[in-house]
Design a protein around this ligand. Sequence first.
Ligand SMILES: [Zn+2]
Ligand SMILES: [Zn+2]
Length: 343
Amino acid sequence: MPQIVQKASWLLVISLVFSIQALANQADNQSNAITEPVFELVVLGDSGGIEDGNLSAFLLRSLQEANYIALDAGTVVNGINQGIQYGAFDNLPLVTDDKWGLAGTILRHHIKGYLLSHAHLDHVNGMLVASPEDSTKNIYALASVNTMIGDTYFNGKAWANFSDRGIAPRLNQYHMVDLPLGQNITLDKTELSVSAFSLSHPVESSAFVIEHGNDLFLYFGDTGPDSVEKQGKLDKIWTALAMQLKYKTLRGIIIETSFENERPDHLLFGHLTPNYLMQELHNFATKLGGQAPLKDLKVVISHIKYTMATGSDPRAIIKQQLNAANDLGVQIIIPQQGQRLLF
Ligand SMILES: [Zn+2]
Ligand SMILES: [Zn+2]
């Protein structure tokens, strides 16, 4: 081999070794960035009815601050008490307030606002019944959702008007904030911001993309699948998110799976089954492109319908059906009330 060619091939080998090393470092940095958690989630309520002490509600905060935003509020005080029992707040730098116990301190000082997906009772019940001892804060929802909450509950009949809108006397404890569709809005007294999207359900429901820096967390209220609802609302969210994920990181999703696969379409009433959830996640994956784009993504399953009927265990069946259909490699999480999860 002529000397010049030999030298060139050595140079090639050396530069190859360096670029492989650089690639390995890059991959390392990326996986570190993904494993270091940035969000904390506390499960206040994990089910979609009919057990009154355990209805859809979650607390989300950035680990850099002690301020939560509630994602729906089906169960609040009982969920906080369950969380205390399971140690979910052991890492929270607590405000000292001698007047209130631990649950009261968390409710009054650490929950800075409610993001309400829709007006169905199983998503707002906990907030309503806790309102006499709650502190002043914002309720964030789509305009139609805020209007329905005002008309249905804060009307001086079903409940006193704790809001700052509608029928007098207004107690002004909750400041109602209408979220414009798809626009990023800062959540008061937190480092988080939110963009809201509309979802198909018997009443208008919504999804929230919550942001902290370049990290995103996605919460879905009740929703039917696009293939049944024919409104393309989930498709819109997947498209918007796929655009954002070119430069941001999705840390986790909470999405409902209310019923088992056997449930006929005409009895879904705007809800998902395991197969429909996977169909939706496949649509999302296709928009993201690349190989296994959703692999290891944490997907928390909410709103599994609780039943008192004997001989049926919807949680076990839905878990089994989700795992059987999970060819995307997502991490399915069936949450428990009182549990603390990191993302
Ligand atoms: Zn519901
Ligand atoms: Zn609903």
